[in-house]
Design a protein around this ligand. Structure first.
Ligand SMILES: Cc1cc2nc3c(=O)[nH]c(=O)nc-3n(C[C@H](O)[C@H](O)[C@H](O)COP(=O)(O)OP(=O)(O)OC[C@H]3O[C@@H](n4cnc5c(N)ncnc54)[C@H](O)[C@@H]3O)c2cc1C
Length: 404
């Protein structure tokens, strides 16, 4: 497997890097502070080829190879992870879903304005109950006299308050598949959105969407089998992992710079063996995660699901970034916990990637099942298996009184 990219692709990635570092990166602190992505960021991304990288020429894209896509994503994520999340959710995840499930009319009407950043999309899946468990979702599309309407509430959604278009996963009982993707215009009376405030990625507009009999055109409801859901999500797991790798790389660079310029006990921090050990561990694990990300991107761009690879990448890369930012805080001492210091922002941003897009533990189960291990919970009652049902029946409240 060859992860080198050709000269035109390298030139493109370097141009994006230059552009993003000059503008978007310099505004990352204020993006976090204010909790909103500045309009200049959108202008700069729209003027670049970022969105076009991910798509074929038939819809106005450049059809870049997977590794070029991954490198370009890392450049934007290093500049500002909030902007990266918001933009990539729209032009990669939502646009891929419209490309895959829509027809030529959808491509012209819905996809192309997204690639020009004239419109922004979101991917509302999760509801107020367990996010990883689709059986708890109740949002549904139903037919009425004029077409279709959607009712329900999605929560903790990227771009909830700023998106123009929702690619919504909803129940669709009139069809044998039972589920659909509904392309919903979010600028209509039947839609209300609200902002939720998060620990990290604060610039990213995160929140809830309430559909109250919001209207959907007949051709904008596409039946889908739930088993196909990972096809779309795999793009999400890939871009979230790249956000994590970018944060970890920023944490590593900041740690080296700080350790070179600060002294304790008469010597620069960089001479201390535990500091070097942390730096070596960060570098090794970032490299391992990045190589796995390139491998995933390569397969995805070749049209393969690669669910096993992406399922391994997401927990590994996102949890690695949390450890990397912990090392960075340790190396920075109290500066690393001081509001306004870049490492403090990285420390808050990193855990968002662990949870966002699907809980890591569920992905680990998918990886285990891919090896032929049994599906957990089948015919398994944890109360009975541990004998807790007997304790609870004989001594109701026993667990509470034991202080457990
Ligand atoms: C930054 C960010 C952006 C997001 N953007 C979107 C978006 O655009 N669209 C959208 O639909 N949602 C979005 N979400 C929501 C996200 O997808 C959910 O938070 C995620 O799926 C996890 O769901 P949950 O938070 O309800 O936790 P749960 O799924 O309830 O999990 C809670 C805990 O249980 C564990 N767990 C769950 N299942 C298992 C299992 N089978 N085995 C072992 N442990 C398990 C988890 O690891 C976790 O520790 C976003 C979340 C974040 C943080």
């Amino acid at each position: 497997m060859d992860f080198s990219i050709d000269e035109p692709s390298r030139k493109l990635v370097n141009e994006l890097d230059d552009r993003f570092l000059r503008g978007i990166a310099s505004r990352a602190p204020v993006t976090d502070e204010v909790g909103a992505i500045p309009p200049e960021n959108w202008r700069e991304i729209a003027q670049s080829d970022y969105a076009r990288l991910f798509h074929p020429a038939s819809v106005g894209g450049l059809g870049a190879d997977g590794v070029t896509q991954a490198m370009a994503m890392e450049r934007l994520a290093r500049a500002c992870p909030s902007t990266f999340w918001s933009a990539t959710m729209s032009v990669l995840v939502c646009a891929k879903l419209i490309h895959t499930y829509g027809d030529a009319e959808h491509h012209g009407r819905l996809l192309e304005p997204l690639l020009r950043f004239e419109r922004l999309a979101c991917f509302p899946v999760v509801e107020n109950t367990s996010g990883s468990d689709a059986s708890t979702y109740t949002t549904a599309v139903r037919r009425d006299a004029d077409g279709y309407v959607i009712t329900g509430e999605k929560s903790r959604i990227t771009n909830a308050t700023t998106a123009d278009l929702g690619v919504v996963l909803a129940r669709f009982e009139e069809h044998e598949y039972g589920w659909c993707y509904a392309f919903v215009d979010l600028r209509q009376d039947g839609v209300r959105t609200y902002r939720m405030h998060d620990l990290g990625l604060r610039g990213m507009p995160w929140g809830g969407i309430v559909f109250n009999r919001a209207r959907i055109g007949v051709r904008d409801v596409v039946p889908v089998r739930l088993e196909e859901f990972p096809h779309g999500m795999a793009w999400g797991w890939l871009f979230i992992s790249i956000a994590a790798i970018a944060i970890a790389q920023n944490a590593l660079d900041a740690s080296i710079a700080h350790a070179r310029s600060h002294k304790a006990f008469g010597r620069p921090l960089i001479h201390m063996d535990r500091v070097q050990e942390a730096i070596a561990e960060m570098r090794t694990q970032i490299d391992a995660a990045r190589l796995l990300a390139y491998r995933c991107a390569w397969h995805r761009a070749e049209g393969r699901l690669a669910q096993d690879l992406v399922g391994m990448l997401k927990p590994y890369a996102t949890e690695m970034a949390v450890r990397a930012t912990q090392h960075a805080v340790q190396i920075h001492g109290a500066w690393g916990l001081t509001h306004g210091y870049p490492v403090e922002r990285m420390y808050r941003d990193a855990p968002m990637n662990v949870i966002g897009g699907f809980a890591s533990n569920r992905l680990r189960e998918l990886v285990a099942q891919d090896l032929g291990l049994p599906t957990p919970y089948q015919d398994f009652d944890w109360l009975k298996a541990t004998g807790l049902d007997v304790d609870c029946a004989v001594h109701p409240g026993a667990l509470l009184s034991a202080g457990r």
